[in-house]
Design a protein around this ligand. Structure first.
Ligand code: A3P
Length: 299
């Protein structure tokens, strides 16, 4: 059994699914029993799939496209990041009670695998938006995030690739994570997006998302969102660039200063700059095998 190396003794010895449990710790039951409302919007994606960008877009769609108001608080608290209950509670007082009282419609973003979602999701059936990105670009992007992390002790990039391919790092197994969301049986309220289509046709994806959320949108509002969510702008914007969170997380660790921006490069195909032909082939073959995997949402 491969064990994730970590700087933080709290996460020592957690294998992959347990790694998520490690994040949730004592809160797992509270997550399972979390109260879900019909008008919630749940944004879901594996880390580094473009969730922060979609968070900002969804929040604006549901808040009158008010870009000034968007600057009043972190995107991670406007469209509340649901995971990491223990850490968020410690540093910001965010827990189930806090989230229960958020103004509705509430927006949540989560990287949790499907079997960790609150039970009421399956009876209340709120709207879900799922975003997915080429695993090779996710792998590169995740490596840079792990380097910044206060609880992880990432090795070389090659070691990190092995861990993804062997389901041994954050939120893995990756293939099951994506697939189990893509094959939820009988779920009427789910919109599937990809990071690649979002970058290729932002106007189209914004309109599609607004329609899914039953919110009218004008051409002018589309342009406003496109402008507000430009890579360079989101990287500079203090309420979207996560700098604030890095600082909070650094309060928990003494040895880890962030080196890369959370909003890092924002392109499609970045893996071509960092992966050998052989590794690309391995990832492609590995991803192609997904058809033989069994559903795991009842685990
Ligand atoms: P890169 O590391 O490849 O640049 P998530 O928010 O789900 O963790 O995803 C992070 C990825 O989305 C990072 O990818 C980040 O740079 C990219 N991203 C964030 N905001 C973006 C934007 N406005 N435009 C394009 N990409 C963006």
């Amino acid at each position: 059994r491969v064990i994730i190396k970590t700087k933080n003794p709290k996460f020592k010895d957690f294998p992959p699914a347990m790694f998520v449990k490690g994040f949730l710790q004592d809160y797992e039951e509270r997550v399972k029993n979390f109260k879900v409302y019909e008008d919630d919007v749940w944004l879901i994606g594996f880390p580094r799939s473009g969730t922060t960008l979609m968070q900002e877009i969804i929040w604006l769609i549901l808040n009158d496209y008010d870009v000034e108001k968007a600057k009043s608080a972190d995107t991670y608290n406007r469209a509340q990041w649901f995971d990491f209950f223990n850490v968020l509670h410690k540093i910001q007082g965010v827990d189930a009670d806090y989230m229960d009282k958020m103004p509705r419609p509430r927006i949540f973003k989560t990287h949790l695998p499907v079997q960790f979602l609150p039970d009421q999701i399956w009876t209340v059936k709120p709207k879900m938006i799922h975003i997915h990105r080429d695993v090779k670009d996710v792998a590169i992007s995740l490596y840079h995030l792990r380097k910044n992390s206060f609880h992880d002790d990432v090795g070389t990039m090659e070691e990190h690739f092995e861990q993804i391919l062997n389901d041994r790092t954050w939120y893995t197994p990756y293939r099951e994570h994506v697939l189990n969301y893509q094959r939820i049986p009988d779920y009427p309220n789910i919109l599937y997006l990809t990071y690649e289509e979002l970058l290729a046709d932002k106007a189209g994806v914004i309109k599609q998302t607004a329609k899914f959320l039953n919110t009218p949108i004008t051409e002018e509002q589309v342009q406003k969102l496109i402008d507000h969510s430009k890579f360079e702008k989101m990287q500079k914007n203090k309420t979207t660039n996560m700098q604030h969170y890095h600082e909070l997380f650094n309060q928990l660790s003494n040895d880890n200063k962030p080196t890369d921006n959370f909003i890092r490069k924002g392109i499609v195909g970045d893996h071509k700059n960092a992966m050998s032909e052989e590794t690309i082939k391995r990832f492609d073959e590995w991803w192609a095998q997904r058809t033989t995997l069994k559903p795991g949402y009842n685990k």
